[in-house]
Design a protein around this ligand. Structure first.
Ligand code: BYC
Length: 328
C-alpha cells in the first residue's frame, strides 16, 4: 500500500493559518461560485504553491512523455504512422510549453522549473519511466495513456485556475486526436497476425500496473487531494479518475479480445465500482522518486537536449553574444 511518503513535503507547504481570514473567505466564495481565479487575483500562498507543483509536474510529464514514443518515429510501421506519431510527439512538447507558461503566471521562472526537473527535484508522471521495447508499447501509450490523461485533464479543465484550465482545454482537444490514432494502432495490432496480437498482449501485460499507478495513490493515501478538491484544482479524485478510466476502457480492451492481466478485475454490480488487485504501490514510490527502469535515461536525454539548445536560448536572449561564441 502507498504509505503517503510525501507527507513531509506536504507539511512543508504550510497551511492557511497565516492568511487574512476575510480575503480567504472571499477567495473560497469565488471558487464556490465557479469563478476563475486569474494570475493577478489574490490567492492563498498554499493555492499558489500547490498549483505550481501540480502544473510543473504536468509540464515535465509532457516533455518527458515525448521520449518513449519519440524513439519509435523512425521505426513506426509505414509512412502514415511515422507522420502521425511525429505530429503527436510534437503536440506533447507543445503541451509542455503551454503548461510551463501557465505555471510561470504563478511566479516560478521556466529556467528554475527545468533546473528542478534535471536535478531530479521535481517529479513527473511515473508511466514514462518504463521502456518501450516494441511498437506495441508505443501503441499502448498512444491509446491508453492518452485516454487516462484525458479522463484526468477533462475533469480538471473545469477547475478554478484560469490559465491552467485554458491550457487543459487546448491540450484535451489535441489529445482526442492522439486517442483516435492510438486506438486505430491498437485495433490494427489486436486484429492482425498472431504475432501482432501476441505483441499487443505482451505490451498490455507490461503496462497495466504502471497505468493503474498513473492516476495516483488511492484517495485514502493521497497527500494533496483534499485541499485540491476543496479549491477545485482537482475536479475528480485519484480513485474517481481510475474508476472512470476502467469504466470507459476495460470494455473496449475486452472487445478486442485482449486479456487484462488482473484476475480480480470485475465490476461490482451492486456498487457499480470496479474491483481490482491493488498495483504494487512500493514500485510506484520507487519510480516516482527516481528509481524506475528508465528514470536515469530519461533525465540524461533531457540534459543533453538542454546543453545542445543552450546556444539557441542565448542567441534569442542576447543575439550579439551568439556571434562571438564558437559553436561546440
Ligand atoms: N506520477 O497526493 P497525491 C500525458 C505524486 S502527461 C508521478 O495524490 P496529487 C502524456 C504526487 O505528485 C499527463 N508522481 O498527488 C504525455 C505527490 O508527490 P509530491 C500527466 C505522482 O497531486 C506525453 C505524491 O505522489 N498528468 O498524459 O493530488 C505523451 C502524492 O500523490 C503520480 C498530469 O500531470 C504519478 N502518476 O495527485 C502521452 C495531470 N501520482 O508532489 C501522454 C496533472 C501521484 O508531494 N496532475 N504522484 O512530491 C494531477 O492530476 C495530479 O498531480 C495527480 C496526483 C493525479 C497525478
Amino acid at each position: 500500500m502507498y504509505g503517503g511518503g510525501n507527507t513531509f513535503e506536504a507539511q512543508q507547504m504550510g497551511g492557511v493559518e497565516n492568511e487574512d481570514p476575510i480575503k480567504l473567505a472571499e477567495f473560497e466564495a469565488r471558487i464556490a461560485r465557479g469563478e476563475k481565479i486569474e494570475p493577478n487575483d489574490w490567492m492563498p500562498a498554499l493555492y499558489r504553491k500547490q498549483l505550481i507543483r501540480m502544473i510543473e509536474q504536468h509540464a515535465h510529464s509532457e516533455i518527458i512523455g515525448a521520449l518513449p514514443e519519440g524513439t519509435w518515429i523512425t521505426r513506426a510501421p509505414g509512412f502514415k504512422r511515422k507522420l502521425a506519431l511525429m505530429a503527436k510527439v510534437q503536440d506533447e512538447v507543445g503541451h509542455a510549453q503551454l503548461l510551463y507558461s501557465a505555471a510561470e503566471t504563478l511566479g516560478k521562472p521556466r529556467e528554475k522549473m527545468i533546473d528542478d526537473l534535471l536535478s531530479g527535484k521535481s517529479k513527473y508522471s511515473n508511466i514514462f519511466n518504463y521502456p518501450t521495447f516494441t511498437w506495441a508499447d508505443s501503441c499502448f501509450i498512444s491509446w491508453l495513456v492518452d485516454a487516462g490523461a484525458i479522463v484526468n485533464q477533462l475533469a480538471n479543465s473545469k477547475g478554478s485556475y484560469g490559465p491552467y484550465c485554458r491550457a487543459l482545454e487546448r491540450i484535451c482537444a489535441e489529445e482526442s486526436f492522439h486517442l483516435k490514432y492510438g486506438h486505430h494502432c491498437v485495433i490494427h495490432m489486436a486484429t492482425g497476425t498472431p504475432r501482432q496480437r501476441k505483441m499487443m498482449q505482451e505490451a498490455l501485460n507490461r503496462w497495466w500496473g504502471p497505468m493503474m499507478h498513473f492516476f495516483g495513490p488511492p484517495d485514502k493515501a493521497s497527500v494533496h487531494t483534499e485541499i485540491l478538491v476543496k479549491w477545485k484544482v482537482k475536479m475528480a479524485t485519484n480513485d474517481e479518475c481510475r474508476q472512470q478510466f476502467l469504466d470507459m476502457y476495460v470494455p473496449k480492451i475486452w472487445e478486442l479480445g485482449l486479456n487484462i492481466p488482473d484476475p480480480n478485475l470485475k465490476k461490482n454490480p451492486e456498487t457499480g465500482e470496479w474491483e481490482y488487485t491493488e498495483p504494487d504501490w512500493e514500485e510506484f514510490k520507487r519510480v516516482i522518486n527516481g528509481d524506475g527502469p528508465c528514470n536515469a535515461e530519461r533525465l540524461a536525454v533531457r540534459r543533453v537536449a538542454e546543453e545542445r539548445g543552450a546556444w539557441v536560448r542565448k542567441a534569442l536572449l542576447k543575439p550579439e553574444a551568439a556571434y562571438t561564441t564558437p559553436l561546440a
